[in-house]
Design a protein around this ligand. Sequence first.
Ligand code: UT7
Length: 336
Amino acid sequence: MNNFTPVKIAGFGYSVPETVITNDDLTKLYETSDEWIYTRTGIKERRVVSGNETAIDLGLDAAKKAIEKAGIDVNDIDCIIGAASAPPQLYPTLSATIGAKLGIKDTIPAFDMTAACTGLIYAMQVARGFIQSDIYKTVLIIAADNNSKITDWTDRGTSILFGDGAGAMVMCASDDGVDDILSIKISANGAIGNLIRTGVPSQCCPLVQPADEVASGKIIMDGKEVYKFAVTTVPKYVEECIELSGLSAEEIDYLIPHQANQRIIESIQKRLKYSDDKVVSNIKYYGNTSAASIPIALCEGVEKGKIKLGSTAVLCGFGAGMTWGGAVIRLREGIC
Ligand code: UT7
């Protein structure tokens, strides 16, 4: 027993743009086919922002839904964490911008942190630490990414994968003594960070020698190596998170993984020996929406009746950094 304040997962929300880009649409950009993309990734279509729409609009919409589900007033929130790998702007931060749009009057802290596609799980670990130690009581996490703005649309190896979307979640001090986070673990290895990278377009001071190379601002990825990393590291890591939770794999109701590639999802499923009804996948319709993919899969899974609340789930994420993480959580009734 420890004296930490138990953490309640109070609400989730998600938002995706209206515009759908199918695999067939991509054949207008380069030589590819629906068959090639679907068999290698499980993706049929993805959503992208258009015109002036950005991850901030999606994140705001997702945040409003999560707040409503949590049954709190916006002014109950005392900290906002943005988990964005591809926000529309470096600053002002996505979290502070959305906080203002939500009408939060107080000068509560708002900051963005980047752990790419593992961002939600990293943010959960940070929020959990704040709540457990009574620093903040109610934390809003917003995972919102407009990947389409940093995708190299001439590169058929990466642009087939990514989509835009946002997920949000409210975590707060538990009022019934039940802790909804049974385990959480996060990791990183910068030594293999070049496997997925995006440099910020930049310049040198005009009075000094220019840099040899200027970053394009687009995603560059070694897909084969990322794939190998994911199928070797992540399934074993998920097992370790489960072990840490004190539950057995059979006792957990659902696997809600980061939606990066259907074959990677299946490698985790195989390791856990889970039947299809326990595994949540919606990559077919959204592609990889980075940090937003887990909350989108969770909320949509509930909407479609795949996930019954009042259950438990193991979440796992991995991505640029390289970063990876997992969590075993309780899914209370009414959270989404
Ligand atoms: O959050 C983490 C995000 N990243 C990931 O999870 C990525 C993990 N990796 C993957 O999902 C896979 O590596 C991809 C789906 C991206 C690529 O699949 P692959 O089997 O590793 O293909 P490859 O890059 O090795 O390419 C095989 C062939 C190449 O042709 P040659 O050199 O063998 O003639 C490519 O040029 O397929 C070609 N190719 C394509 N052909 C049709 C690459 N992309 C395409 C395409 N359509 N879109």
